[in-house]
Design a protein. Sequence first.
Length: 81
Amino acid sequence: MFHTYILFSEFADKYYIGQTSNIQERLQKHNNKNKGFTNQANDWVIVYQKSFVTRTEAMSHEKEIKKWKSRKMIRNLIENQ
């Protein structure tokens, strides 16, 4: 299984959208302050997750969400999951 996920950091007041095959391992990496966007905080929590059979489907869903560029639409997706 592959997952599209949205993380939220209260400290940074930001969302992060990604996809992975191992969501718990990926969350741990985000919170260990590796390089990149999520390095700015270590309080990331999963606020949205959707599973797919293929990585292609998960990547497509990730790209769709990123195209929105709208905090309001992301919040709406989270609230209505």
